[in-house]
Design a protein around this ligand. Structure first.
Ligand SMILES: Nc1ncnc2c1ncn2[C@@H]1O[C@H](COP(=O)(O)OP(=O)(O)O)[C@@H](O)[C@H]1O
Ligand SMILES: [Mg+2]
Length: 297
């Protein structure tokens, strides 16, 4: 077996201090091989972002260890360049992660200037190469983010992440803000990049449709605990796990899941749930979760 690229061991993250200190993630663990995609799924607030933020160095573990390329990851400020470049992140809102005053060229060139290895001609070539990698026309380079569509902006964010030649890309709900057609296109792009660059991914998503398409492995988190994990074929398709999936569907949003006739039909048919039924139920849950996130609280 290939040595894992990422190994998460008994990871715990707590927020707050004193009496308000509270673990929002506990006992999380899995290995991820180079070039493999691990989907992190679970309801809103279950701890998915906390897990990937700990990997990215944006949340500090209270317990456990994260090994990257066999080396324990220290807090962000103490990470080596190899670690910092090796792990890149793409976020949900492509607009918010791009500086509105910068041209796309500057967005992509800036990290290369910071690294300082390339002269300006080489940087120019590299920026164009990055645009090619994410299938964007070079003519977009002189525009500002506001002139781009959501899908194009997310491609720029992906290109910027790729500029550091990462071995691990973290996509935290990176497709959630896109419309259906762009979700499909950007997930196809991510799969292509995975193969071309042997890029491993932590793919955080509410949407089982894209999880099925993207993931090799799935890690299901509920209230800060990993309740199930394994190859996508086992967790999402294997009959043994169908019961867990039904529980998961119901636990994520009991009202919506149980009110869905496809779920009750599947339950009556003996607990085996078809792909279509599962996808349908998960889509409803995803839509609900997105609505919850958007509503002011
Ligand atoms: N910086 C923070 N301070 C305190 N609590 C937080 C912070 N970030 C997240 N939380 C809490 O931790 C829990 C997990 O959040 P998060 O990892 O963002 O979940 P998810 O990504 O699955 O929606 C939630 O209860 C959330 O309110
Ligand atoms: Mg989140």
């Amino acid at each position: 077996m290939t040595a894992p690229l990422l190994s998460i061991q008994n990871l715990g993250v707590a927020y707050g201090s004193g009496r308000d200190r509270r673990f929002v993630l506990r006992g999380a663990g899995f290995d991820l091989a180079p070039g493999q995609v691990m989907a992190i799924v679970g309801e809103s607030g279950s701890g998915k972002s906390t897990l990937v933020r700990a990997v990215a160095g944006l949340a500090t573990p209270a317990e456990g260890e994260i090994l990257f390329e066999g080396v324990a990851l220290p807090p962000l400020g103490k990470r080596s360049k190899t670690m910092l470049h090796g792990i890149q992140m793409v976020f949900q809102d492509p607009g918010a992660s791009l500086n509105p005053r910068q041209s796309i060229r500057t967005v992509l060139e800036e990290p290369l200037i910071v690294v300082g290895k390339l002269d300006s001609a080489a940087r120019r070539r590299r920026v164009e190469e990055l645009m090619d990698l994410v299938h964007l026309d070079h003519r977009l380079l002189d525009l500002r983010p506001s002139a781009l569509s959501g899908g194009q902006k997310q491609r720029v964010a992906i290109a910027r992440a790729l500029s550091m030649e990462p071995r691990l890309l973290i996509a935290d709900e990176a497709l959630s803000a896109l419309d259906f057609a762009n979700q499909d296109k950007v997930s196809a792009l991510l799969l292509e990049l995975k193969d071309r660059l042997n890029l491993a991914m932590l793919f955080v998503s509410h949407d089982m449709r894209s999880v099925r398409r993207m993931a090799d492995h799935v890690c299901v988190i509920e209230s800060g605990q990993v309740v199930e994990q394994g190859p996508v074929a086992e967790v999402l398709y294997h009959p043994k796990s169908a019961y867990t999936q039904l529980l998961l569907a119901a636990a994520l949003n009991p009202a919506a899941a149980l009110a869905d006739p496809r779920l009750s039909a599947a339950l009556e048919a003996g607990g085996q749930i078809s792909d279509e039924a599962l996808a349908g139920v998960m889509d409803i849950i995803g839509a609900n979760a997105r609505m919850q996130e958007q509503s002011p609280s």
